[in-house]
Ligand binder design. Structure first.
Ligand SMILES: NC(=O)c1ccc[n+]([C@@H]2O[C@H](COP(=O)([O-])OP(=O)(O)OC[C@H]3O[C@@H](n4cnc5c(N)ncnc54)[C@H](O)[C@@H]3O)[C@@H](O)[C@H]2O)c1
Ligand SMILES: N[C@H](CO)Cc1c[nH]c[nH+]1
Ligand SMILES: [Zn+2]
Length: 440
C-alpha cells in the first residue's frame, strides 16, 4: 500500500529516512546483522569489521566473508577469461541486441561530454590544465537480489570513453553456483573487460581498496550497491577515490491531474522493487490522483514477482504526499534531493529552472525512469541519500583527474614574485618569502 502523507508528516517520516543514518535503518536489517555477526552492530560497524579484516588478512578474509555473507566457498575469485568470453553465448540474439543498443547509446552520450586539456599564453608564459585518465579503476556491479548487467555498461563505458587503461569488475557470486551470473559476464565481454572477480558486498570494496594476494588494489572505486556496499565505499574513501554514494534507489514523481495513474504507479513500483530500502515517492497537489495511484499500486502489486521487496520498501521510505501546489512539490523535492526526479505534469520544462538538487530529471510521461535505467544514454549510476545536493551522476569526468601546469616566463616572474613575498611575510613564512625575493 502506498500511504498518504501531508507535507509535514512526510518531512518527519519518509523524507528523513536516509539509510546511511543508523537510526533510520530498518529493524529487519539490524536483526540480520546480529544473526551474521553474533552481536548487535550498526551497519557501519559491521562494514568496518569486514574492511579491517580484509585489510589484515587478505584472501583468507575474503574467503571467510564470502562464505558467511554469500553462502559459497571460493578459493579463487578471478573469473577465467574464457568463462567471460563464453558467457556471450548464454544470451539470446534479442538480449544481445538489446545490450548492444544500450551500449551504443551510453557510449554516444558520454562521447558528448567534453574532456579537454588546455593551455593559455594570456597570463605570461604558459598556464594550463592537463586531463589524465585514472590508471586503474574498480567497478562494483550489484547482484545480491538481481544481477544488473546494465550497471556494467553504465560504469565501464564512461571509463573507456575517458581513456582508463585498466578496468576491474567485481560482482557477488551466485549462491547456487558460486559463479558470477553469466549475464554480468556477457556485459563485461561486450565491453571488452577481462578482469572480473566473484566478490560482493563490503568485502569486494575492501579488496579493491587495499588489494589482496589475488586482487591488486585500484585507484578509484565506482558503481552502485546496497547499504553495505555504499557504507564500505564511504569508509575507504581517502585510501582510494570513490565516485560517490550510489546506494538504494530513490524515485520522486511530481505529478498533476494530467498524469496517468497507472503509469505513475508502475514507475514507483519499478524502483521500489530494487531494495527494501528503496524510496518511491509521489508529490502532487491532486488529491484524486493520489487515490487513483494508490489503487493502481495495490492492483499492480498483486502481479509483481518481487512483491515482497516492494511491500517492504513502500513501508519504509515511500508514500504519496499532498502538496499545496506544484511549487511546493518542487521545493520538497529539492530538500530531499532524490536520485531520480520524474515530472509527470503538463508543462515539465516550466519546472526545470526551479530544480536545484536531483541526480537526473525525467521530463514528461514518455521519458519514464526505466528508460534511464537501461537505454536512454546517461549513466544510471546516480547520487542517493541526499548527496544529490552536491554530487553529480556518474560521468566521464569521474574517471579522470586534472594536473595543473605552470610555465611562467622570466618577465612575469619578476612582476608577480614581489606579491608572493609580501603574502608569505604576512603569513610569517620566512623561507617562502626568501625564495620569492631571490627571483625579484
Ligand atoms: N544509485 C544507483 O545509481 C543505483 C543503481 C543500481 C542499483 N542500485 C542499488 O544497488 C543495490 C543492489 O543491492 P543488492 O543487495 O541487490 O546487491 P549488492 O551487490 O549491492 O549487495 C549484495 C552484497 O551485500 C552483502 N550483504 C548483504 N547483506 C549483508 C549484511 N547483513 N551484512 C553485510 N553484508 C551484507 C553481501 O556480501 C552481498 O554480496 C540496490 O539497493 C539498488 O537500489 C543503485
Ligand atoms: N534504477 C537503478 C538506478 O537507481 C538502475 C537499474 C539497473 N537495473 C534496473 N535499474
Ligand atoms: Zn531501476
Amino acid at each position: 500500500m502506498l500511504r498518504k502523507f501531508s507535507v509535514d508528516e512526510a518531512r518527519n517520516a519518509i523524507l528523513k529516512r536516509i539509510p546511511l543514518d543508523e537510526a533510520e535503518v530498518s529493524p529487519l536489517i539490524l536483526d540480520r546483522i546480529t544473526a551474521l555477526f553474533g552481536e548487535p552492530l550498526s551497519p557501519e560497524q559491521a562494514v568496518m569489521r569486514i574492511l579491517r579484516d580484509v585489510r589484515r588478512r587478505g584472501d583468507a578474509a575474503l574467503q571467510e566473508w564470502t562464505q558467511r555473507l554469500d553462502g559459497v566457498s571460493l578459493t579463487n575469485f578471478r573469473v577465467p577469461k574464457e568463462e567471460i568470453r563464453s558467457a556471450l553465448q548464454t544470451l539470446s540474439d534479442v538480449q544481445l541486441n538489446a545490450l548492444r543498443l544500450a551500449a551504443e547509446r551510453i557510449r554516444r552520450f558520454h562521447l558528448a561530454q567534453p574532456l579537454t586539456s588546455w593551455l593559455t599564453q594570456s597570463m605570461g608564459g604558459t598556464l594550463g590544465q592537463l586531463v589524465r585518465p585514472i590508471r586503474r579503476v574498480g567497478v562494483y556491479v550489484p547482484a545480491g537480489s538481481a544481477p544488473l548487467p546494465s550497471s556494467v555498461l553504465m560504469s565501464v563505458i564512461p571509463a573507456q570513453v575517458a581513456g582508463v587503461p585498466e578496468i576491474v569488475v567485481v560482482a557477488p557470486p551466485m549462491r547456487s553456483t558460486g559463479k558470477v551470473d553469466p549475464v554480468i559476464l556477457a556485459a563485461c565481454a561486450l565491453c571488452g573487460v577481462d578482469e572480473v572477480y566473484a566478490l560482493g558486498g563490503a568485502q569486494a570494496i575492501a579488496a579493491l581498496a587495499y588489494g589482496t594476494e589475488s586482487l591488486p588494489a585500484v585507484d578509484k572505486i565506482f558503481g552502485p550497491g546496497n547499504l553495505f556496499v555504499t557504507l564500505a565505499k564511504k569508509q575507504v574513501f581517502g585510501t582510494v577515490g570513490i565516485d560517490g554514494l550510489a546506494g538504494p534507489t530513490e524515485t520522486v514523481v511530481i505529478a498533476d491531474d494530467s498524469a496517468n495513474p497507472e503509469w505513475v504507479a508502475a514507475d514507483l513500483l519499478a524502483q521500489a522493487e530494487h531494495d527494501p530500502l528503496a524510496s518511491a515517492i509521489l508529490l502532487t497537489p491532486s488529491e484524486p490522483l493520489i487515490a487513483q495511484v494508490q489503487e493502481a499500486v495495490s492492483c499492480q502489486l498483486q502481479e509483481r514477482q518481487r512483491a515482497e521487496i516492494i511491500r517492504q520498501s513502500l513501508e519504509v521510505r515511500s508514500g504519496a504526499v499532498l502538496t499545496a501546489d506544484l511549487d511546493e512539490a518542487v521545493a520538497l523535492a529539492n530538500e530531499y534531493a532524490p536520485e531520480h526526479l520524474c515530472l509527470s505534469v503538463t508543462q515539465p520544462w516550466a519546472l526545470v529552472p526551479e530544480i536545484t538538487a536531483a541526480g537526473g530529471i525525467f521530463l514528461g510521461e514518455h521519458s519514464f525512469e526505466v528508460l534511464g535505467d537501461y537505454v536512454a544514454g546517461p549513466s544510471h549510476v546516480m547520487p542517493t541519500c541526499r548527496t544529490a545536493r552536491f554530487a553529480s551522476p556518474l560521468n566521464v569526468w569521474d574517471f579522470v583527474h586534472l594536473i595543473h601546469l605552470v610555465a611562467l616566463d622570466e618577465a612575469t616572474t619578476k612582476k608577480i614574485a614581489p606579491a608572493a613575498a609580501i603574502i608569505a611575510e604576512r603569513e610569517g613564512l620566512d623561507a617562502h618569502a626568501f625564495s620569492a625575493r631571490l627571483r625579484c
